[in-house]
Design a protein around this ligand. Structure first.
Ligand SMILES: Nc1ncnc2c1ncn2[C@@H]1O[C@H](COP(=O)(O)OP(=O)(O)OP(=O)(O)O)[C@@H](O)[C@H]1O
Ligand SMILES: [Mg+2]
Length: 297
């Protein structure tokens, strides 16, 4: 089971170069796609799910080239939860799933069993007779995930599945994805770094259409080792100066002082600082700040 993308480029009609020479090799398990707004995450996902075509480059999914001949097959083994979706608002949850199972070509005979299975997987039992419009935002996302899981696709592609979902439900969705990734490919895009830190061994960081990092989460964290400092700023009037000079990932007033977490190649000056272990968020901020610095020249 694999997704192999080679030299993918996507230039939209408005000339936005949304993906530039993207190379990826994704295998069974959970793979995270991290990147700021406009990085190209959704574009990549839409290409992999055959919704849009790349401008150039090639894709092979489970050993088959993504082309006209294999498009139907690739669609049949892929489940997709888009970033934005909707159903007929008066449909009940069950009706939404019936509708989607028809679109997916699931036979009438298998439909009930399939729907029961996904309803159970995403804990929608209590809500299946409610109208879509009556559901909370979080529950709507569960329906989106349920429809993506119909037919037990080999590849599950989920675009920001936990956006706008409360912490408990977020953990619930995370666990569903994690369990599913045991013998499937799950490709998860998100801004929520913690979701990736808690579920993925591997990730790619997309930045303005480029892959900045592709590999194991732990090796990305290693890149930021020795660059993260916990600092105390006595003279808080200098905080703007500090933010200008360093990447400040957090700051908090403690009495008359300010405690900051700072990313810097060298020990920051003008504050009392000690090196701390980097988190995935620190490492993400570190490599994106390097990319921004390089772009500024
Ligand atoms: N249909 C389109 N036509 C023109 N430009 C587009 C289109 N879709 C996306 N873009 C542009 O392509 C770039 C990548 O967008 P994309 O939606 O893939 O990013 P993203 O990483 O998913 O962002 P977000 O985190 O905000 O969802 C952006 O500059 C966006 O404005
Ligand atoms: Mg997106």
């Amino acid at each position: 089971m694999s997704i192999v993308a080679k030299n993918l480029n996507k230039v939209y009609k408005n000339r936005v170069h949304a993906l530039e020479n993207v190379n990826l090799n994704i295998e069974s398990g959970m793979f995270g796609l991290l990147g700021q707004n406009g990085a190209g995450k959704s574009t990549l996902m839409k290409i992999l799910t055959t919704l849009i075509k790349p401008t150039s480059g090639s894709i092979e999914i489970c050993g088959r080239k993504l082309n006209k001949k294999n498009e139907m097959y690739i669609k049949s083994i892929t489940g997709y939860m888009p970033q934005e979706f909707g159903f007929y608002s008066s449909f009940k949850v069950d009706e939404c799933l019936e509708y989607m199972s028809i679109l997916k070509g699931i036979s009438k005979r298998e439909q009930k069993q399939e729907i029961d299975a996904v309803v159970e997987k995403v804990n929608l039992q209590e809500h299946r007779n409610k109208k879509y419009k009556e559901l909370s935002g979080g529950m709507k996302r569960h329906v989106g995930l349920a429809q993506a899981l119909l037919g037990e696709p080999k590849i599950l592609i989920v675009d920001e599945p936990t956006a706008g979902v409360d912490p408990k439900e977020r953990i619930g969705i995370r666990n569903i994805l994690s369990n599913y990734s045991k013998d499937h490919i799950v490709l998860l895009s998100t801004h929520i770094i913690e979701d990736i830190a808690m579920t993925c061994n591997k990730l790619a960081v997309l930045h303005l259409g480029h892959i900045l990092y592709n590999g194991e989460v732990k090796n990305l964290i290693k890149q930021a080792k020795g660059k993260v400092y916990s600092c105390v700023l006595e003279n808080v009037t200098k905080s703007a100066e500090v933010s200008e000079r360093y990447v400040v990932v957090s700051s908090q007033y403690v009495g008359s002082k300010m405690e900051l977490k700072v990313i810097s190649e060298e020990k920051p000056e003008g504050m009392v600082c000690e090196q701390v272990e980097p988190s995935l968020e620190d490492a993400y901020m570190y490599i994106t700040s390097l990319a921004c610095k390089a772009a500024r020249g």
